[in-house]
Design a protein around this ligand. Sequence first.
Ligand SMILES: Nc1ncnc2c1ncn2[C@@H]1O[C@H](COP(=O)(O)OP(=O)(O)OP(=O)(O)O)[C@@H](O)[C@H]1O
Length: 560
Amino acid sequence: GKPQTADTGSKQSAVAAARPPLSRPVRGAGAATVAVGPPRGVVKPSDASTAAKGANMTPPAASTALETGGSGTPRHHARDVQGKVSEMEDNIQNHQTLLQSINQESEVLKGLVAHSHKEKLEMEETLTKLKSQIIQYKTQLQELSNLRCELEKVAYEKSCLQKERSVQGSTLARLQAMLWDTEEQVRSLTDTVAQLSDELHAREMERWRLHMTIQELKGNIRVFCRVRPLQGSGLRRHIQLATNNRIKLAKTKKSHTGKTAETQKSYNFSFDRVFGPGASQQEVFDEISLLVQSTLDGHNVCCFAYGQTGSGKTFTMEGEEFDDNRGCIPRTVQAAEKLGPQGWEFTFTASFVEIYNEILRDLLYTSKASQRPKHEIQKTGNNKETINNLSYRKVSTEDEVLGLIALANHNRATAQNHHSSCSHSVFQLGIEGVNADREVKCKSTLCLVDLAGSERMAKSQSSGECFKEMTAINSSLSNLSIVISALANKESHILYRNSKLTYLLQGCLGGDYITLMFVNIAPEPDSFGETLNSLRLASQVGEPEEDFHYVTACRGHCLT
Ligand SMILES: Nc1ncnc2c1ncn2[C@@H]1O[C@H](COP(=O)(O)OP(=O)(O)OP(=O)(O)O)[C@@H](O)[C@H]1O
């Protein structure tokens, strides 16, 4: 750097100052003896004369004097020589001083050169450092330039975001205003909903009261008659359907003598509803669905299918898997799902039990047959009847119920020594409703019972096990009709415990109950006797027999 240059300059000037000027005038001549070696520019002694010539010196006086033979005195000549010697000696002295000074200068210069060399090295080192620093600075500069680019970009983005923010700010303000409006609307709608909910509840209660009034008017016990279509050939002239609630059974009696005309004895019955052979499963179920509605309102409902073997009881209750032929049992769950009032959540729990020879059998049992448990009817803590060790299944769809029916049929098929017509099948659907908003619950049971064939005692001439079986069926059926009649007559003491069937159904039959009995009849002429018996028993339910004419349980009347 500059300071170093200045330093070097000052040193150089210092050396120059120390050195005597080479052009200093020579005063007098000294002795020509030279003690030191020949310095640079100093001639050798042998060349002294030549040197003297070259140095503007006069040759030694002695020799000159001798050669010339002396124009002066010797003494004067000697003085000249002496003067010349002295001058030469001075010269020599000067040269020596000069030489010394040159040497000194040389030393100084050497020092300076060394110093300069060292400085050069240092400077080179510094230069290298500076170069690397420059590279670093360049890199930093590049980085800074990149950063600057970034910064510019960020600044640009920032300005864009600021613009966007201002746009969004105005959008936000708009949305805020809309939100307030919407909140206001929601508040008013909430009030409306609450009002409507109260109104709905009031109407729901009104509907419930009206429904109950209708049910009361219809009576707690209803009897429906269903005529099965003819199977194969045959006439059904003996059955005549007048309106949708009357049925006439007629029999022609031939004169024994053949002299008098044929007489026709007819029996007219009126029920709450009569379904002809063409009635579809849906038509039949439409009537039941009103009772499903009652179950959802918290009433226990019991529906029986009564009739001789093959009259269509199982078809009415369970039906077939094919959609249109599905019976009441699978349809109930679906209907209950649809009919449930607003705000209520319902859960359905199914059980399926068979009563054969007064022995209970779980039709939904799925474990090993060898481990099949025994069942007894027991009273629960809240005085309700329940069966121990029984399977219960949660159901919510028609298909799930069909699955249970298939399982029940499988269990029936594995049972030994008896057929479905010899046993009662009781499908119970426990319904539990919860209205979370009003914090209320309801619980009810819908029983769908496929009774054993009603004709067997009359036709059978059985003995032993078979006789026991027939007796059990007959006894439980007659006990059922007694219980239903006692309920219709509002008797205080009802003999539920006389059979397993009525004992099990006590909870569904008593109290706030609705009972529906299907009397299924076969249209074949050879079933005339059984059909008449079935219609009579169905008519008998609830009313004492009047001669040959029967009435329905609650509001039926005899039509002859
Ligand atoms: N309404 C109907 N429409 C068409 N077919 C019917 C009808 N009712 C009954 N059936 C048919 O008649 C036959 C006998 O009916 P079902 O098995 O239901 O009688 P059941 O009274 O239950 O007899 P069981 O006492 O032996 O069980 C069945 O094949 C059934 O499909």
